[in-house]
Design a protein around this ligand. Structure first.
Ligand SMILES: Nc1ncnc2c1ncn2[C@@H]1O[C@H](COP(=O)(O)OP(=O)(O)OP(=O)(O)O)[C@@H](O)[C@H]1O
Ligand SMILES: [Mg+2]
Length: 260
């Protein structure tokens, strides 16, 4: 008779599966869940804000101009607070949109998209994490829409922006420029960080190469970014780095898709 497998085996199998998932995939799955959980309450706050504003209009009409100034003053205070709440909710909704862009899951595929918008969405995420010590400067040129996979480009930009921020100790600056150069859309990300030694420069696109502490870096960001840009978008990624002064990465994406 076949021995019944110990229940632990199933658990082991599950553990092995989880271990096989890359850090990115786990994060994307978690983010997708969080996005879903946050979207519902945000929608109800938005709709409550509408109702509160309409109720305030009605209240003001009921009170009339001859009401005690204190009552009218209170209505005004509530109106202002509700407006601040609406702006706060809009900001949360913007961050959620950006997280959606980066949380893979429902793969989007290739379509026509504006790179400047993708830069701005990625900045929203990185900016909120690092804005206390890093100044993000943008100089976004006039770009035609390009044929790309927006989720993957978003992922690549996020990797480059996080690397730039992590290369800066204390306060510093990251400058993101976009422009057109002939048939290419060009995105450059320049940081005022540590720069790289020649030895590091040679290895940065290798899988699992990282100079960061365990838990901070896995060394997957740049190899992934390289594949996204070169293999999936037929673009190029180059960099220039000066030790102690900073690094600039330049990404080029063809404006016309291969088929055209
Ligand atoms: N802007 C930069 N300035 C200085 N060094 C950099 C910069 N970008 C990348 N590097 C170097 O390249 C290495 C590899 O980068 P990569 O993004 O692949 O991995 P990571 O950032 O260490 O980890 P992960 O991206 O997986 O969290 C980094 O550990 C760092 O040494
Ligand atoms: Mg990285």
């Amino acid at each position: 008779m076949e021995p019944t497998p110990a229940p632990d085996l199933e658990l082991e199998h599950l553990r092995a599966q989880v271990a096989a998932m890359s850090k990115d995939a786990i994060l994307a799955q978690l983010a997708a869940g969080v996005i879903h959980e946050i979207n519902t309450p945000i929608a109800s706050i938005f709709s409550n804000i509408d109702v509160i504003e309409r109720s305030l209009d009605a209240l003001e009409a009921q009170l009339g101009p001859a009401s005690p100034p204190k009552a009218l003053g209170l209505v005004k205070v509530i109106r202002n607070l509700v407006q601040v709440d609406r702006m706060a909710c809009q900001r949360i909704a913007g961050i959620i949109r950006s997280l959606k862009l980066h949380a893979r899951g429902e793969e989007e595929g290739m379509r026509t998209a504006g790179l400047n918008g993708l830069v701005e969405d990625s900045l929203l995420l990185v900016g909120s994490e690092y804005k206390r010590r890093i100044t993000f400067v943008t100089d976004l040129g006039d770009l035609p829409p390009v044929e790309c996979n927006p989720q993957l480009i978003g992922q690549a930009l996020l990797n480059l922006l996080v690397n730039a921020a992590q290369a800066i100790e204390g306060e510093g600056r990251v400058t993101i420029r976009t422009s057109v150069d002939g048939d290419w859309a060009v995105i450059s990300i320049a940081d005022s960080g540590s720069g790289m030694t020649d030895e590091v420069k040679e290895k940065i696109f290798r899988t699992a190469f990282s100079t960061k502490a365990l838990g901070v870096g896995t060394g997957l960001g740049l190899p992934l970014t390289y594949r996204i840009i070169t293999e999936q978008h037929h673009g190029t990624i180059t960099f220039d780095s000066q030790l102690g002064r900073g690094t600039t990465f330049e990404v080029r994406i063809p404006i016309k898709s291969k088929e055209q």
